[in-house]
Design a protein around this ligand. Sequence first.
Ligand code: NAP
Length: 299
Amino acid sequence: MMRVLFAAPDAMWPAWAPALRAACPEMDLRRDGPPESFDAIIYAPGGLDDFAPYVNARLVQSLWAGVERIVGNATLTQPLARMVDPGLRHGMAEYCTGWTMRAHLRMDDYAQDGIWRNAQTPPLAADRRVTVLGMGELGGAVAGMLSAIGFDVAGWSASGRGAEFAGAGGLPRALARAEVLICLLPDTPDTRNLLNADRLAMLPRGAWIINPGRGTLINDAALIAALDTGHVGHAVLDVFRTEPLPAAHPFWAHPCVTVTPHIAAETRPQTSAPVVAENLRRIMAGQGPLYLVDRGRGY
Ligand code: NAP
């Protein structure tokens, strides 16, 4: 029987333990024990800092899709897999579609104030250009759902994989077309402060930004300045440099910012426990785990 350490905050144990045990009955799941006795580690931020004693662990399986809090850990020599899960994909697609519809249909322009605002015919989705920065598991799912509705969607990625625009050279064109800009990039040295004042200026006037990727992508002060001038019409932000977002942060009070509390896509035990189980079975069978993180790239 494989021995697996659950290295995640205490509050996660009651929901995760039964789901993981049901998905993988051949696993002996524990919260502690002699480090050298474990075959694998299931990890979430806050669960473990020193991986060095786990000399026989053949896998560290993150329960989170974003791995920026573990990928640079110098004690981590074991293979690291990130979470790729159908529930995460669908949750993120629903979140981004919902907020895109708010932008697209100008829902905020209507109010119960007795004014009959029928001067403009709302455009159809086909008339609305959406750009998705980051066309990986989540960006790809978002682009797929928006395309199915009929939006004019284009993506941007580092390699051009799954995307119309690639790398630094493609970014200005990706931004210039973005009436709605959806950001699903990981937090890496290359993506930090990517959306600075110069890049925000490349967006068409009034663009909406939806960022459920990572808060480090956007220069907060530059975004507020762009919102103040109306160059950026609205920002829906789910992720922040400091979480929870401090009460004094200007995002909370800005009329053109919507703050959501990092809930865009949750890792749900019922959909992701089978993914964990598959990876554990793979390593026990001597196969390589799925969804390995490229430590050099940081995602
Ligand atoms: P993924 O499958 O690894 O995809 C990452 C995408 O970003 C790829 O298209 C990649 O391009 C692109 N990329 C990375 N660095 C880039 C750069 N410097 N320039 C251009 N493109 C770059 O990741 P995922 O599963 O879609 O997740 C994306 C992020 O969403 C996670 O890292 C996490 O931060 C965030 N997230 C947030 C929530 C939430 O609730 N708010 C939940 C889950 C995840 P290539 O394919 O060319 O490498």
